[in-house]
Design a protein around this ligand. Structure first.
Ligand SMILES: NC(=O)c1ccc[n+]([C@@H]2O[C@H](COP(=O)([O-])OP(=O)(O)OC[C@H]3O[C@@H](n4cnc5c(N)ncnc54)[C@H](OP(=O)(O)O)[C@@H]3O)[C@@H](O)[C@H]2O)c1
Length: 249
């Protein structure tokens, strides 16, 4: 059985990806939808023109990841697409941020993200694709968003390196690095009356646009997908040397 796995499908870009990806999938029998909110996934599944399996899971919980490993081992599927969209962010000065919020970002964006890809990897084959959501925040340290940006820098670095390792097996990795995107993420990240800078508000793009570009870049085997001129300029200014270095590694 060939499957596509998408995480973070109850909101924002994961939900948008689940909607846009169906006509683009080749040789895929089922989509597995993953997030914590079951009802929202069931609602989405009803609108999708492909067989879907709804898997409620807290990716930041090690035991739940362990159970998912067993589900995979029983089904023994071939994963044609692994799209990791789940992520969490929290704005605020480091010294006054709640420990739990910092810990939640590290657990999901770093540990869970790494271990989830690792446990799915045995089921990816030549031609399979990974789409991993990092962020434009990966390109420069961000005061006020210090931990979130650091987790995204980690995710970006991991995806770029994995992309080079897995290319030998015919598996392509695209890491998606948008600037601010109009999704509920921002409300959660900036909650508590803190408002985004005028610059961020001006450069905000829609989830539809980011996902459309991500799918296009994935089809073209591009390692990085950057949507919108401001972030593209930031990418070019900060990552050129790294891109060059990657070719010699
Ligand atoms: N929006 C932006 O401005 C922006 C910009 C750059 C990058 N990004 C990145 O893009 C990705 C998608 O962001 P978005 O804007 O679509 O976010 P979003 O609208 O807040 O959606 C986040 C998704 O992650 C899931 N999730 C959160 N914690 C989870 C957990 N512990 N276990 C399983 N699923 C969990 C949520 O589902 P449940 O709550 O149902 O579990 C939800 O479906 C994230 O990695 C984010 O860091 C966002």
């Amino acid at each position: 059985m060939n499957i596509a796995i998408i995480t973070g499908v109850t909101s924002g870009m994961g939900k948008e990806l689940a909607k846009q990806i169906v006509p683009q999938l080749h040789k895929t029998d089922e989509i597995w939808l993953l997030a914590r909110r079951k009802e929202l996934m069931q609602e989405l599944a009803r609108t999708m023109r492909i067989k879907t399996r709804v898997i409620p899971i807290d990716l930041a919980d090690e035991r739940e990841l362990g159970r998912f490993r067993e589900v995979l081992s029983i089904a023994s599927p071939r994963i044609t697409l692994l799209a990791c969209c789940a992520g969490v962010g929290s704005y605020g000065a480091f010294d006054s941020q709640e420990d739990e919020k910092i810990s939640a970002m590290l657990r999901l964006n770093v540990t869970a993200q790494t271990m989830f890809v690792k446990l799915c990897l045995p089921y990816l084959r030549k031609g399979s694709r990974i789409i991993q959501f990092a962020s434009g925040a990966a390109f420069v340290p961000q005061p006020g968003f210090a931990v979130y940006a650091a987790t995204k820098a980690y995710g970006y670095a991991l995806a770029r390196a994995l992309g080079r390792e897995l290319a030998k097996k015919g598996i392509r990795v695209t890491t998606v690095c948008p600037g601010p995107v109009d999704t509920p993420f921002l409300e959660h990240a900036y909650g508590g009356g803190v408002s985004m800078s005028a610059w961020k508000k001006r450069t905000m793009v829609s989830a539809e646009r980011v996902v459309e570009k991500a799918i296009e870049d994935c089809k073209r085997h591009r390692a990085v997908s950057v949507c919108g001129l401001p972030v593209q300029l930031l990418y070019l200014a900060t990552q050129s040397a790294q891109n060059l270095a990657l070719h010699f590694l």
